[in-house]
Design a protein around this ligand. Structure first.
Ligand SMILES: [Zn+2]
Length: 288
């Protein structure tokens, strides 16, 4: 099945697992920008990781995974919402060599932001970017943030991005060796298996001797959370003088969403309305 998140539980073991495969979701990201393979790989792996991590949290908001670099790739951002919608983008400014994260990002840092939604405070964790790949960087992050023991395996190709996550749940389990056994088995998964086998086949290939409880697969999709209202908010932050200067020069203000290429245009009347609304945040009539 395409574009799914598959959860499972190891019975009597206090260990859970998730598999994700992104097909159309991943291709929707690739259609919007022409990424070289060395960028595509880390972006796809990050998208799979965001989907896996979002599913481990009880969220009504979103999780954002961001890598900021000083090297060939300067920024990578992916977001997964509690509705299992994903978006992602990367910026690079020169040839990006193959190799470890340092080769691709230079000195970088990994920033994870969790927005629990419903007015709850967001929280953020930051670690220096280290490791051969995104999965290793996340393993380090998760270790340092003292969350539940978690391991990830990720892969991305031209048509699909995929990943496996296993996590040790709190509490004593009757099957005390399970965590070691599950991580050892998981570590034998290959990128080709993650990308080409169905989740059921991957589970069978890795865990056929384990007692698994498999939940119903959940759909995952591409969706950008940009809206005209959010762009208006951005214009207000930009400031009335700046916007009016742009209008003078160009006749209109055009804003493109980097994630989805949606094109937003504001003419002089639209812009005036933006700043009128801005002075009475909740009193203005709704438009569109
Ligand atoms: Zn957008």
């Amino acid at each position: 099945m395409a574009d799914t998140l598959q959860r499972f539980l190891f019975e009597n073991a206090s260990v859970r697992g998730e598999l994700v495969q992104l097909d159309a979701t991943w291709r929707a990201v690739l259609e919007r920008h022409d990424y070289p393979p060395t960028v595509r790989e880390v972006l796809g792996e990050s998208m799979a990781a965001a989907a896996l991590l979002a599913a481990t949290l009880k969220l009504r908001g979103s999780i954002t995974l961001q890598v900021q670099g000083s090297g060939p790739i300067s920024l990578l951002v992916v977001e997964c919402t509690s509705a299992r919608t994903l978006r992602g983008i990367a910026h690079w400014n020169q040839d990006v060599p193959a190799g470890d994260l340092h080769a691709r990002f230079g000195d970088g840092r990994l920033v994870i932001t969790v927005d629990p939604g419903e007015g709850m405070e967001r929280y953020q964790g930051i670690v220096p970017l280290e490791g051969a790949n995104i999965a290793e960087a996340l393993d380090t992050y998760l270790e340092r943030s003292e969350q539940l023991a978690t391991r990830l395996w990720l892969a991305a190709g031209q048509d699909r991005a995929a990943g496996l996550l296993v996590q040790k749940l709190p509490g004593l389990a009757p099957d005390a060796d399970a965590w070691t056994r599950v991580t050892t088995l998981s570590a034998t998964v290959t990128p080709t298996e993650l990308l080409e086998l169905t989740p059921r086949e991957v589970m069978h290939r890795l865990f056929h001797e384990e007692d698994l409880r498999v939940f119903e697969a959940e759909p995952v999709s591409f969706r950008c959370s940009c809206t005209r209202e959010r762009v208006e908010q951005m214009l207000r932050q930009f400031g009335r003088d700046e916007v009016e200067a742009l209008l003078q020069e160009e006749g209109e203000v055009a804003v493109d969403c980097n994630f989805c290429n949606q094109h937003y245009v504001f003419d002089a009347v639209d812009a005036a309305q933006v700043f009128l609304d801005g002075t009475q945040p909740h009193a203005g009539p709704t438009r569109h």
